[in-house]
Design a binder for this molecule. Structure first.
Ligand code: FMN
Length: 371
């Protein structure tokens, strides 16, 4: 059998975190323990229950749902209930809401609390035109006064912690004003993606602004942006003194990043990249969880993108695409996974499995939606 060990996995095994980071008290956000301080980011059309369960199994200290519209929840609580599908095994779990009206957000937060979520988060980072034109997502960054009113309305309405995930600013950086507003409103933590709305996903995240924000507020600060291995997590933690890191693209098709980061925080040796049996196990598990959650029709459509991410850039990617039209039931998908694995094992090419995605999966589409 072909040796799939990559030089990357060897590097990762030798890196760890400084002792002061490994031995500090577990992070608590409004009484909810997040251990290790490594969080699965909210990602629309990605962080649904199957993927969240896998990331928790891998060692994520907390998981966040896809963003959910507060208005839809409030207006159609029964019809939209499926969006708040939370499993026993995934706690602590945070539900992210988006919206622009403090009262509506407060009512939606109460529904989130009712379904047993541990935390509720407000989306202040989504750059999409449709969202910001309605005054939601990153548009809220333009009005710290409204941010404070919204957080206050929500903290008054629920007992679970209310948090905010934001970008560094709209065009210019005003993260500290917004974070102060979050703190004044009673928010329990703030996550900052170190890019402005204008930056989208381009350039490097601004770690200085995360560091400044950490000095500005007393509530926990979660650093987000380009964390994709122990080294980048270490850089984020050391340069910003943030209390936790949040991972998005780095875990798409590579949930094993969480077992690496969990090991780094506990002082255990960092596991190498997964072997082929482990990859097969997780892909089969992902498929089974999808079937259990969504049934046949939706699974056959949606599992494709997840499987492609697991094989991105390998000969398995081509093989999978070739077989998409044959996806009719679990055994046909399992067969395609086996064929894709076989394509990786039987090639003369050097096969390097991806460590997450580097770009937004629908970058062009996303950019168009933001222009
Ligand atoms: C496919 C995708 C969907 C996303 N959906 C959301 C979302 O629903 N809510 C949110 O706050 N951020 C969302 N984001 C932004 C991420 O949570 C994160 O802030 C951003 O990708 C930077 O982190 P990274 O460098 O680890 O990817 C999304 C990102 C991606 C790639």
């Amino acid at each position: 059998m072909k040796d799939m060990t990559t030089s990357a996995s060897i590097t990762h095994m030798t890196l760890t975190l400084p002792e002061e980071l490994r031995t500090r008290e577990p992070l608590e956000i409004g009484g909810v323990v997040c251990d290790p301080p490594v969080i699965l980011a909210p990602m629309a059309a990605v962080t649904n229950p199957p993927f969240r369960l896998i990331c928790r199994e891998m060692g994520a200290g907390m998981v966040v749902t896809e963003m959910v519209s507060a208005r839809s929840l409030v207006n159609e609580p029964v019809k939209q209930r499926w969006r708040l599908d939370i499993r026993e095994d995934e706690h602590p779990v945070c539900v992210q809401l988006f919206g622009g009206d403090p009262d509506e957000m407060a009512r939606a937060a109460a529904l989130v609390e009712d379904v047993g979520a541990d935390m509720v988060d407000i989306n202040m980072g989504c750059p999409m035109k449709k969202v910001v034109q309605s005054g939601y997502g990153a548009a809220l960054l333009k009005d710290p006064g409204k941010v404070e009113r919204m957080v206050k309305a929500m903290t008054d309405a629920v007992d679970i912690p209310v948090t905010v995930k934001m970008r560094a600013g709209w065009e210019d950086t005003n993260a500290c004003d917004v974070a102060r507003a979050v703190e004044n409103g009673g928010g329990a933590a703030v996550t900052i993606h170190g890019r402005t709305r204008q930056d989208m996903f381009e350039g490097l995240p601004d770690l200085d602004i995360i560091a400044t924000l950490k000095e500005t507020v007393a509530i926990p600060v979660i650093g987000n942006g380009d964390v994709r291995d122990v080294q980048s997590a270490r850089e984020m933690l050391m340069k910003t003194s943030c209390d936790a890191v949040m991972v998005a693209r780095g875990c798409m098709g590579y949930p094993w990043i969480f077992r690496e980061l969990a090991a780094a925080f506990s002082g255990r040796p960092i596991p190498g990249e997964p072997d082929i049996e482990e990859r097969r196990r997780v892909m089969f598990l992902h498929l089974d969880l999808y079937m259990e959650t969504y049934g046949l029709r939706k699974t056959m459509l949606e599992i494709r993108k997840h499987l492609l991410w697991y094989f991105k850039g390998t000969p398995g990617e081509r093989e999978l695409k070739r077989r998409f039209s044959s996806f009719v039931d679990v055994s046909s998908v399992r067969g395609a996974i086996e064929a894709a694995i076989e394509a990786c094992l039987c090639t003369d090419e050097v096969v390097t499995f991806p460590r997450g995605l580097k770009k937004h999966p629908n970058r062009r589409q996303a950019e168009k939606k933001c222009a």
